[in-house]
Ligand binder design. Structure first.
Ligand code: NAD
Length: 439
């Protein structure tokens, strides 16, 4: 990284500090106008976004529109419609003053200032722009660094930002570890990171050096419990949709299944028949591409470590970066595939005899980003949720909570900290400042 680029980054950072200091970004009319303008520009890039996603990740047009473009547009519409109502000061009760004077108490959503948003590769559009619009709704400026692993998308992100904003308000710097490390030395007012727990630690350490508040949107192994009374046909369809979208590269994808031993054979049979009819594809390309050859090799190593456990799929092509939807059974916690987040289309199946033993294993491990439970018994499902923790959870479904801007989304512990989407983005990207006045 040249000194010239470093100076350029510092120059833009200073410009954003100055611009934030003018108070312009705090004006509600300004924020609304910027989001409306961004909506127009962003929507006009739909073709370019979908083409770039096809090249970098093999996403189909329908998938790209549904899980990348539409999610950002829905969030934008919700924010534009409700922003004025959300950002109003909240008046609360006051404790009496010793002198008997009247006291007024309220809190306001105050923007932090210059934000730094670091994006991952897997949903590179949605996971860069959803935080951005939250930051702008709250009255901040932002610098974005998209993932270097989806270079075509990163270029489109830069093009959109350049067309929609001045750089003193929003700017993009492309790059990888070196650029990110340099950017993390700047005194940002807030950092929003989406990526792996490993890099999350690096980002958090850098933030700690300057005591910069931050959000970490991380990952982990999200368990999927299938109880003996689950509707197996529905369960398979809904688990498959969450697991194999984007070739398994989804932060909240079901990482593994924990099924009651009495229905394991029936579940496996159901999966096999569903995979044959819905996912079979000689070219292996139906579910998208793995981001890199290195990751294909990681995934392949899980299969090579226990080939006898691979009961469906297992084929891959290093050149095209395709990897088949794959099932493993009779898996246990010592298997290589259970040692870290899989982040690929391999679905291991473990069995339990009693739910207590399954929950003991789950809760003795790092807190996952999502937890899914399939059961027709509401009490059983509620009990599983009550006795575990995870960023978020679903009953009889997977993945779709992320797409709802009515729900706060985020992790807990090793799967992250901080929640966003919809109104929760305002809370995430604002400092709640209490103001007390004695009359
Ligand atoms: P990653 O952690 O490898 O990279 C994320 C960002 O960090 C990239 O912009 C990258 O340039 C930067 N980076 C990588 N190594 C770095 C280093 N050593 N120093 C400084 N910066 C560095 O993550 P990824 O591979 O892009 O995404 C996959 C991970 O992200 C998975 O763990 C997944 O679960 C998680 N994820 C979480 C969410 C969520 O919303 N919680 C969403 C998507 C992905």
């Amino acid at each position: 990284m040249t000194t010239e680029i470093q100076n350029r980054i510092k120059e833009v950072f200073e410009k954003q500090k100055d611009f934030f200091g003018t108070q312009a970004t705090k004006e509600i009319a300004f924020r609304k106008m910027q989001l409306q303008n961004f909506r127009k520009v962003f929507a006009s890039y739909t073709d370019a976004i979908c083409e770039a996603l096809q090249i970098d990740l093999g996403k189909s047009r329908a998938e790209a529109e549904y899980v990348e473009v539409q999610i950002v547009l829905n969030e934008l519409d919700d924010m534009i419609e409700h922003m004025e109502e959300w950002v109003k000061p909240t008046f609360v009760k006051s404790k009496p003053h010793a002198s008997g004077a009247e006291v007024i108490s309220k809190y306001i959503y105050e923007p932090y200032g210059v934000n730094y948003i670091i994006g991952p590769f897997n949903y590179p559009v949605q996971l860069t722009f959803s935080p951005l619009i939250g930051a702008l709704m709250a009255g901040n400026t932002a610098v974005i660094k998209p993932s270097e692993n989806t270079p075509h998308v990163a270029q489109v992100i830069e093009d959109i930002v350049k067309e929609a904003f001045h750089e003193e308000y929003v700017a993009v710097f492309q790059g990888a570890v070196e650029e990110n490390s340099f950017l993390l030395t700047l005194p940002f007012d807030y950092i929003f990171f989406t990526g792996s727990p490993k890099v999350g630690k690096i980002v958090m350490k850098a933030a700690a050096e300057q005591l910069i508040p931050l959000t970490l949107e991380l990952g982990g192994k999200s368990p999927t419990i299938v109880h003996q009374d689950a509707d197996l046909e529905k369960a398979v369809q809904r688990i498959a949709a969450g697991k194999w979208i984007n070739c398994g590269q989804t932060c909240v994808a079901p990482d593994y299944i924990y099924v009651h031993e009495s229905v394991k054979d029936a579940l496996v049979a159901q999966f096999k028949s569903y995979l044959k009819t819905t996912y079979h594809d000689e070219s292996l390309g139906k579910i998208g591409k793995i981001v890199s050859q290195q990751q294909i090799n990681n995934l392949a190593s899980y299969l090579e470590a226990a080939p006898e456990k691979v009961i469906y799929g297992g084929k891959y092509d290093l050149d095209t970066r395709h990897f088949e939807a794959t099932l493993m059974t009779d898996v246990n916690w010592d298997d290589a595939v259970m040692q870290q987040e899989i982040f690929g289309p391999i679905l291991p199946i473990l069995t339990y005899h009693t739910i207590d033993e399954a929950l003991k294993e789950i809760t003795s491990r790092p807190k996952p980003l999502a937890l899914y439970v399939f059961s027709e018994d509401q009490k059983f499902a509620d009990d599983v949720i009550a006795r575990t923790t995870s960023g978020d959870a679903e009953i009889n479904s997977t993945l779709i909570h992320v797409g709802s801007h009515y729900l706060p989304f985020g992790g807990v512990g090793t799967s992250g900290m901080g929640k966003y989407h919809g109104k929760f983005s305002l809370e995430n990207f604002s400092h709640q400042r209490s103001i007390l006045q004695v009359m």
